[in-house]
Design a protein. Structure first.
Length: 341
């Protein structure tokens, strides 16, 4: 059923708990303590500032960084980078795992229902915690509707909080109310458990995501709707494409890592566009963002609009499920099975 089992992996939980690790982790580490960079002696305020500005303010970001990335920041020497990464990784408990660890982690994964049995079946029971699923499709196909439904379902079935990074201004509280009422759950309870970050540009989007992930206590779902809109408009033209792809890759990898650590569902929506940008990638039927998006997300679903409430969902990338296609419906109540009356 939907009851959420204990999800946090010991020692790498972002929750403000003591890290139960090891002989070597000298002190209690809690996220409510001093920020990571302030715990490192030998790092002055200027260096700290530079690291923060470059997006490496947190223990997690540094633990996942490479030396080359840190030394690109002016004033960060190789030695400092190595020290920071080593310390962050000790605290963060990044390490090698056994196959059995994966088996254990898999047991903690939970499926978040879409509201449609057919849709759930297509994707192995629902949107999975621990990784990022991309929902792609044309304008008006229903990506944002699906996101609203997942938010309501997260509160109802997982009893966890939602982060919604809204880059297009399309979060609608009244759709949440309608969908919550349809499921007999108090709409205000649901609304109070959704933290919406309205992102006005790509920098803001990345900063909001990071902030929300540290602020919200009990995250079951993080939605980025949509992933690419700011990146597309800000980085127009071939000249800036490489830079843009690098940023998107970093941003998505960050979300993926957080989804894994927190064992929450990651969802990014993405448009399919015939032009002008898709021309760069040679295939007008692909979601925007190029290979970097397709490679980084674990699961990819395409939505297509049919007549009236009818929609189709196609699974085109999954690490363990065959591709497939089903019909479902988007109604006033939300995502449901499609029934031809
Ligand atoms: P973009 O963000 O523009 O790429 O589109 P999207 O894929 O996010 O589309 P969105 O989820 O906003 O879907 C909009 C469509 O959902 C509308 O055109 C309607 O078909 C449907 N929809 C939205 N609200 C309702 C509703 O209250 N009842 C019904 N039946 N359908 C709705
Ligand atoms: Mg939308």
């Amino acid at each position: 059923m939907m009851a959420k089992v204990e999800t946090k992996e010991e020692g790498i939980s972002p929750e403000p708990v003591e890290i139960k690790k090891t002989k070597k982790s000298k002190k209690k580490t809690t996220t409510s303590e001093k920020p990571f960079l302030e715990t490192i002696t030998g790092i002055g305020p200027t260096t700290r500032q530079r690291l923060e500005t470059a997006g490496y303010g947190s223990r997690e970001a540094i633990a996942l960084a490479t030396r080359a990335q840190l030394t690109e920041i002016s004033g960060i020497a190789e030695k400092t980078a190595a020290l920071l990464i080593r310390e962050a990784r000790v605290q963060f408990d990044l390490g090698l795992k056994k196959g059995t660890d994966y088996e254990e982690a898999a047991k903690t994964r939970v499926k978040l229902t879409t509201g449609s049995k057919a849709f759930d079946k297509l994707i192995g029971g629902g949107f999975e915690t621990g990784s990022v699923t991309e929902v792609a499709g044309e304008n008006g196909c229903g990506k944002t509707q699906i996101a609203h439904q997942l938010a309501v379902n997260c509160v109802k079935y997982l009893d966890q909080d939602v982060i919604w990074i809204d880059s297009e201004g399309t979060f609608r509280f009244n759709r949440i109310v309608q969908m919550a009422e349809a499921l007999d759950i108090d709409p205000d309870t649901v609304l109070s458990r959704i933290t919406v970050g309205r992102a006005y540009n790509s920098e803001h989007q990345m900063a909001l995501t990071e902030e929300a992930l540290t602020m919200v206590p009990n995250i079951g779902l993080i939605i980025v709707d949509s992933l690419m809109s700011h990146f597309r408009s800000e980085f127009a033209g071939r000249g800036t494409l490489a830079e843009r792809q690098q940023l998107i890759g970093k941003y998505l990898a960050f979300i993926a890592k957080q989804a894994e650590i927190m064992n929450c569902v990651g969802v990014v929506t993405n448009q399919v566009s015939a032009k002008p940008e898709a021309m760069f990638f040679g295939d007008p039927n692909k979601p925007v963002g190029g290979n970097i998006v397709g490679h980084t997300v674990t699961t990819r679903i395409f939505i297509r609009k049919g007549k009236a409430v009818k929609r189709t969902a196609s699974l085109t990338k999954s690490p363990e499920l065959p591709d497939g296609k089903i019909e479902f419906a988007i109604t006033t109540e939300g995502v449901r099975d499609f029934t031809s009356k």
